[in-house]
Design a protein around this ligand. Sequence first.
Ligand code: ADP
Ligand code: MG
Length: 338
Amino acid sequence: MSIIEARGLTKSFVQAVKEPGLKGALKHLVTPRNITKVAVHPLDLSIETGETVAYVGPNGAGKSTTIKMLSGILKPSGGSISVNGINPYKKRMENAARIGAVFGQRTQLWWDIPIVESFSLLKDIYQIPDPVYRNNLEQFIELLGMNEFIHLSARKLSLGQRMRADLAAALLHNPPIVYLDEPTIGLDVSVKQKIREFIKKINHEQQTTVMLTTHDLGDIEDLCRRLIIIDHGRIIYDGSLSEVKSRFARSRIIFFQVGSPMPELFAELNRTPGIRFTLQNDQEFSVAFDRYEYTASDVVSRVMRHGEVIDFRMEDANIEQVIKAVYDGNLDLNQQAQ
Ligand SMILES: Nc1ncnc2c1ncn2[C@@H]1O[C@H](COP(=O)(O)OP(=O)(O)O)[C@@H](O)[C@H]1O
Ligand SMILES: [Mg+2]
């Protein structure tokens, strides 16, 4: 059996229907009206030990709800789950000892006590043996650069510091599975990098199974070999990242800064199919192109024919664009999944 397995897993919420404003709120008090919202339609999931899975989809797709069910926080409305061979909601304590979870939107650390004391409380709660604890603590402090803030309380930390501390807290007891729900949201590049390196190392060295929700294509590319896309509570793709990218991430953008305005170039590019040109100002513009039709050097040399290029940088389509392309194409991706 897989380390994480769900069959027909589903979750519905009862949501209040309120008209806006105070009047609506009062009306709801007198005659409440509710609707049932299906956040997760019956879905099947099998994740093997040591896999790194990106679980992505637009806001409200049902990602957090799925993760909360898998981690035993939420009771499913239907279906079955087995994680490490147990039902996470029914055996919450047993389950908690064998998973780690980070929810980017809120901390699991004690707000008012120093981080290092939060860690030591977790040691007692999870009954982490001394040598394991000392070894992990030392390593995590080093890898995540936590020295400068380990004696501060969670309240005093920046978002990036807090996230690193949360990640360490989730992994101190060497859980075989870690769920990360938007762990890099709002973080700067260097902190993101630290977090990614850390997760990679844990995954390589301990075969920790990682399920990650993120909007950041860098996180996904760096960490995950498998991609699951969920939309409106249904899995619409489950397969390799490389396949999704080569099929759907067709567009690439180059941002240029040039020495002088290039009106002829603008006119020329606007007439070229497969190229979209956007002017920021006289000397800055971007060129989006289909990377199956043009190469970056085609585009750069076309621009250089018209004058001096001071600087340029290239961006690939991000995962949102990929997902949008997936939706726009209206494809049944499940048939192509591996
Ligand atoms: N506690 C709740 N009560 C009512 N509706 C909820 C609750 N949690 C989530 N939902 C609804 O379920 C849907 C999926 O939410 P969520 O799983 O948080 O999405 P995601 O994490 O993909 O952004 C949304 O429409 C959301 O409004
Ligand atoms: Mg969410």
